[in-house]
Ligand binder design. Structure first.
Ligand SMILES: Nc1ncnc2c1ncn2[C@@H]1O[C@H](COP(=O)(O)OP(=O)(O)O)[C@@H](O)[C@H]1O
Ligand SMILES: [Mg+2]
Length: 306
């Protein structure tokens, strides 16, 4: 069964609900960050979910936090633990364990810190028209899906629910968050992307691009990595084995769903229910990404959590 909504009753107050996550208040400084099994495509959330997807997203994120901490001991993240607070009633533990993360609450910078190592999607469309991406000139003669000489930082606005994010230049990002923080966000995003790109490539996954979010620790004035990181939902993962330059690539995870929506004229529509074969194929891809990136099955990882 997919978990599409959570309900902690009176145990903890719900403070926000995004496309995928529900955020509960634990105390003044702490949140319980719960990933449901909801899935969105073309910015619309499906009516039914993909069983275990929330577990996969949370545990991939936790895996990356651990790996990144090893590579960059100075990196600050919002991660506290995969424990549940004692106020969560015992009967809800099976539902929430593994998909929930205790995190430190921060003031979220209202930009999406996108890094692209390969040219695809909206960046490819823009490059074909103007030779530029987010106001940055790129070398001539790039082919679709080609690896860029160096990863580029292409921030976007962080849209309210139901709105679309808008690409912005680095100058606009500076205006939104201030020059000092904009530079730190850009440097951190590029550094983290490169570390993850190398790790994933070795294991057979190309991280074509990814989106990070950062928050401000107002007590220490530090920029902190928050949200989910380097998951199939926040990144474009391609299989290294089938990667072919000069054409679009199948995304690792949502291709079945996107193809099915397009074929059935449902792209962008609300209240769509996915048929069982689309759910199962999608679930299998998330599982595969999990296994490749963490080197373990989901069951093994869940066992270790107990
Ligand atoms: N440490 C944190 N403190 C406060 N807010 C956070 C933190 N980490 C992530 N968030 C916010 O939690 C939300 C995550 O929910 P999600 O369902 O992924 O939302 P979205 O639909 O915006 O992607 C995002 O709005 C993100 O900015
Ligand atoms: Mg999100």
């Amino acid at each position: 069964m997919a978990l599409v909504n959570t309900d902690l009753g009176k145990a903890l107050p719900l403070i926000a609900s995004g496309k995928v996550r529900e955020l509960y208040d634990v105390d003044a400084k702490t949140l319980l960050f719960v990933a449901t099994d909801r899935i969105s495509a073309y910015d619309v959330v499906m009516k039914n979910g993909v069983p275990d997807k929330g577990l996969i997203l949370t545990l991939i994120t936790a895996h990356w936090f651990e790996y990144l901490r090893k590579c960059h001991p100075d990196l600050r993240t919002h991660f506290i633990s995969l424990e549940l607070p004692p106020t969560v009633p015992q009967q809800l533990v099976p539902q929430l364990k593994g998909r929930s993360m205790l995190v430190r609450k921060y003031k979220v910078f209202p930009v999406e810190a996108i890094v692209r190592g390969y040219i695809t999607g909206s960046a490819w469309s823009s490059y074909k028209k103007t030779g530029e991406v987010n106001g940055k000139k790129l070398p001539e003669g790039l082919q679709e899906s080609q690896e860029l000489p160096e990863p580029i930082y292409t921030p976007s606005t962080k849209a309210e629910l139901g709105q679309h994010d808008e690409n912005i230049s680095t100058e606009q990002a500076e205006q939104i968050v201030g020059a000092k923080y904009a530079k730190r966000i850009e440097d951190l995003a590029l550094k983290i992307y490169k570390t993850a790109r190398d790790y994933a490539k070795e294991k057979g996954i190309i991280i074509a691009d990814t989106k990070f979010e950062f928050g401000l620790d107002e007590e220490t004035d530090e920029v902190v990595l928050i949200d989910e990181v380097l998951t199939p939902d926040s990144s474009r993962f391609w299989s290294k084995a089938t990667y072919t330059i000069g054409q679009g690539q199948d995304s690792f995870d949502k291709q079945f769903l996107r193809d099915w929506l397009t074929k059935n004229g449902l792209k962008g529509q609300d209240d769509v229910t996915m048929p069982p074969d689309v759910v199962e194929a999608t679930r299998a891809k998330y599982m595969e990404a999990f296994k490749i990136l963490t080197g373990k099955t989901l069951d093994q990882t869940l066992q270790e959590l107990k």
